[in-house]
Design a protein around this ligand. Sequence first.
Ligand SMILES: [Zn+2]
Length: 218
Amino acid sequence: MIGHALKKFIRQLSLLFIFFFIISLIQINYNTIYPAINQKSDDLKRQIEICCTWGQKLADRILTYEINNAKPELTELVISALNYWEQNIRVIEFKEVGSKEQADIKISFRNDNGKVAGQTITNFDSEGFIFNAKILLAEKAFGKQLNKNLIEYIAKHEIGHALGLGHANFNDSLMSSLVYHSHNEISDCEREAFMEVNKWKLIENSLPKINKIKTYFC
Ligand SMILES: [Zn+2]
């Protein structure tokens, strides 16, 4: 009896292990600390780090999303941030899906009043393409209520990570790691970096191929 239960347990455990092994061979985690503390030099050539390429999920130029655990006004801010990206890059669409479907980008708000105002965790499939991204936002960080402009800015910044971008080395970028600059606009640099890393679809319209470049020079 015990032996049978143990076997069942081990079988379930190994299935769980295989599942996580397949979907998260690698995980990349970006945290937005508020207020930001690291300073980067601005005298280098302007560049944005590139993380990763979206695969087959971008074949229809649509990335699906779901927003959980958000008050209506916060949901609005997130949708506005998604619309902003959509209108400025003009090459993909974001589409909301219900919780029964597996969204490509899952966005939720944390209530722990912690030290992180935004966080994006990117998961990869076995071929190294982005499998999904999870964005965590906060209404409060460091015991402070974040104002709506800041939350929307952080949402835009984290969406940039979910799309596969890393940080910019210059301050007047949405992808700057210095949150207090709150540069709220998508420039050609972010748009072109996103196009370049997903070149297989957005430029060449061919089959998924990982772009190995790690830095986009603006
Ligand atoms: Zn960041």
